[in-house]
Design a protein. Sequence first.
Length: 319
Amino acid sequence: MDIKIRKSSPLQTKTPCLVIGVYEKGLAEPIIKELDTQLGGLLSQAKRNGEFSGKDGEKILFQPAGHLPAERVLLVGIGAAKEASLEKIRQASGRAIQQVIEKQWGEATFAFPLDTVKKSDSAAHIQAVTEGVLLASYRYDRFLGDKAKASRKLPKTVTLLIEDSQQKPSCEAALDSAQSLCRAVMLARDLVNAPGNIKSPVFLTEQAQAAAKESSLTCKVLGQKELAKEGCGALLGVAQGSEREPQMIILEHNGGTKGKAPVALVGKGVTFDSGGISLKPGEKMDEMKMDMAGGAAVIGTMLAIALLKLPINVVGVVP
């Protein structure tokens, strides 16, 4: 899915689906009033009928039937303007992209207000929309067949509209940051969702090494001999319950002042929690593969830090 920034007037943009974010009681905004005129008052009618007012979670779809360049117009409620936040924008854009994916429209153009959240510029708004689109598009489909994957194709292109060409450099930088952050989040999600029969300590190590190769991270791995030498008796004791040898993953990002003490992150990497197995109900047993979610969070966080080139020193440890 390619996401790009473009300066254009929303109601003059040709697209399979134009997504417009609307705040509650925001139907008097100039662009919404013009849209209502182009639609012959259908939006006003929907408001009178209680079908759409911009409340958080609301959506309504119109087909302009040639009155606009867009084939469809999807209005998404963001909620009360006085409660505006980047998280509200993120959630609204996520709900919109889920409908675009479900309906298989192929492309979509997003026009969200870029000046509504206090102390947040247009770039911050663009980053929130991008994060909502990417995170809501996530699906763990590694083991699905081609037919199942084809039934949920992501749109080829998502275009985010801006009002002023001078905003483009900062908005494109925000887009890049959002993509880096979401890449790391999706890695963490993939690691947690992977089934227990493939998720061994070696598998987790390989994923951390791949993240280091993708970025500027360094990765060091301690095996059973190294752990014994370091006196990691508790970790080795837990590992005796498995035929798989333990691993300790150490990821480092050195983006700060040389010699300055790093921030340390530690996340549990037990790939299947077999403790008390005779007491746990069978229907919940699959969730034991998630015992390494702390480790996945650390690996994902370290990848995000490296991709964003944060000016800090950080060490991530996954025992």
